[in-house]
Design a binder for this molecule. Structure first.
Ligand code: OGA
Ligand code: MN
Length: 200
């Protein structure tokens, strides 16, 4: 599967986590939400960072490396395994993972964007783990991934259904993508493998 990533720049891994863990992660996200512990996600970084609900509507909670739940620890360990394999086979020099739980309320979306901040190239790979069960086509909420990195949003795309336990990985600086409008609550655990900071 990681070979596919080397060839096309993205890969879809079904059943990366099992249902008991995806359920725990949703429950943790919902609990955070009820405790008022989710924050509206921002765009940009540093002083250019701001909240723009016309671009993205999700609320997030960053995982705290020293304070992980059991399911978060399993996720972290499995991601660490992927990180080491990628470094061994593709020499990507991935140094760490940052990850947040994300919740879109009904009507939510995230307009087309790239994940890599303009000023740095520190986000090398994006990895999104979906958590919700029983998703159907009319729920919307697909990840639309524009697979031709030269034409971006003007080129072909694939729509990826947010099925529980599915992990999607792609090159952060190259793939335009968006979250289509979702008619139900949508939960994910989204992470980025970072490389060494290369400030231009
Ligand atoms: C993101 C993002 C996509 C998804 O958080 O940057 O693009 O499918 N998420 O949740
Ligand atoms: Mn993104």
């Amino acid at each position: 599967m990681l070979q596919g990533l080397a060839e096309t720049g993205y890969v879809i891994i079904p059943n990366f986590l099992g249902l008991s863990d995806t359920r725990n992660l949703i429950a943790e996200c919902v609990a955070r939400s009820e405790e008022g512990d989710l924050r509206p996600a921002a765009i940009g970084r540093g002083s250019g960072k701001n909240i723009q609900p016309e671009i993205r509507t999700d609320h997030i909670h960053w995982l705290e490396p020293g304070n992980l739940s059991e399911s978060q620890t399993l996720y972290r360990d499995k991601m660490e395994d992927i990180r080491e394999r990628l470094n061994r086979t593709l020499f990507l020099g991935l140094v760490e993972l940052e990850a947040h739980l994300a919740r879109f309320a009904p009507g939510g979306y995230y307009k087309p964007h790239l994940d890599c901040h303009k000023q740095t190239k520190s986000r090398i790979l994006s990895a999104i783990l979906y958590l919700d069960e029983g998703w159907i086509e009319s729920d919307g909420g697909q990840l639309r991934l524009y697979i031709d990195t030269t034409s971006g949003v003007n080129g072909p795309w694939i729509d990826i259904f947010p099925e529980p336990g599915k992990l999607v990985i792609f090159v952060s600086a190259e793939f335009w993508h968006e979250v289509r409008k979702s008619s139900r609550f949508r939960h994910s655990l989204t992470g980025w493998f970072r490389g060494r900071e290369l400030v231009n």
